[in-house]
Design a protein around this ligand. Structure first.
Ligand SMILES: *[C@@H]1O[C@H](CO)[C@@H](O)[C@H](O)[C@H]1NC(C)=O
Ligand SMILES: *[C@@H]1O[C@H](CO)[C@@H](O)[C@H](O)[C@H]1NC(C)=O
Ligand SMILES: *[C@@H]1O[C@H](CO)[C@@H](O)[C@H](O)[C@H]1NC(C)=O
Ligand SMILES: *[C@@H]1O[C@H](CO)[C@@H](O)[C@H](O)[C@H]1NC(C)=O
Length: 182
């Protein structure tokens, strides 16, 4: 016959094993989460022309309102296309603000909503937030959340400028988004 003491020890042991199995199951479940990649292209005109899609709205008095000038705030509404070609299908818009946030002008804070309008994700959004190191080839920011199909989204976005036409301040920016599926 087991004494009450050994019975309670056995119960504690069983409880411990049960918790251990639960923990392992949770870790396995988390690792099984699939990653999804979404790639699209921002069509960006950062000029003073009427067709501009990135426009400085305020900056430090007496200084240039530019990407290299600390304190400049831009409003953004870039069309997003399926391929680099400007005439390709519009997938949505990249809307938000950019702020030159490093004193030396090297970093820009990005607050962008990817507002999808296409068939697949129309009505859903992704929220991008982070610091963009302007002078680097790849600029990584976080995906902090989303709505619609992207509720509870988490991941990151990488921007790379793949085409630039200086005379009209036109650039095509590839955006690759990696998300964990929940
Ligand atoms: C991950 O993808 C595989 C294959 O597409 C699928 O069978 C599986 O259910 C997915 N897992 C999750 C957690 O979505
Ligand atoms: C924007 O408009 C200007 C003229 O105002 C034009 O020269 C330029 O090509 C346009 N930019 C693009 C990317 O179409
Ligand atoms: C871009 O797309 C348009 C319309 O689909 C097409 O006529 C044009 O040739 C394409 N341009 C390039 C460079 O592929
Ligand atoms: C720019 O941001 C990066 C982090 O992304 C940081 O390491 C770097 O120090 C920043 N540069 C300046 C001048 O603030």
């Amino acid at each position: 016959m087991a004494s009450p003491g050994s019975f309670s020890r056995l119960r504690t042991k069983l409880m411990f094993i049960y918790l251990l199995i639960l923990t392992i199951l949770c870790i396995c479940e988390a690792q099984k989460l699939n990653q999804t990649s979404i790639v699209f292209f921002l069509q960006d005109i950062a000029s003073t022309a009427p067709n501009a899609t990135v426009v400085p709205v305020i900056g430090i008095k007496g200084k240039d309102w530019s990407f290299n000038s600390f304190g400049t705030i831009f409003a953004v509404d870039d069309p997003i296309t399926e391929t680099p070609n400007r005439s390709s299908n519009e997938v949505g818009r990249a809307q938000g603000i950019l702020v030159t946030s490093a004193l030396d002008g090297s970093n820009v804070s990005v607050l962008l909503s990817i507002v999808f309008t296409n068939k697949e994700y129309g009505g859903s959004t992704l929220e991008l937030h982070g610091v963009s190191r302007q002078n680097e080839r790849f600029k990584e920011v976080s995906v902090v959340s989303g709505t619609g199909s992207f509720r509870f989204a988490r991941g990151f976005a990488v921007f790379e400028t793949i085409y630039y036409e200086r005379s009209i301040s036109y650039s095509i920016v590839r955006c690759t988004i990696r998300l964990l599926e929940s």
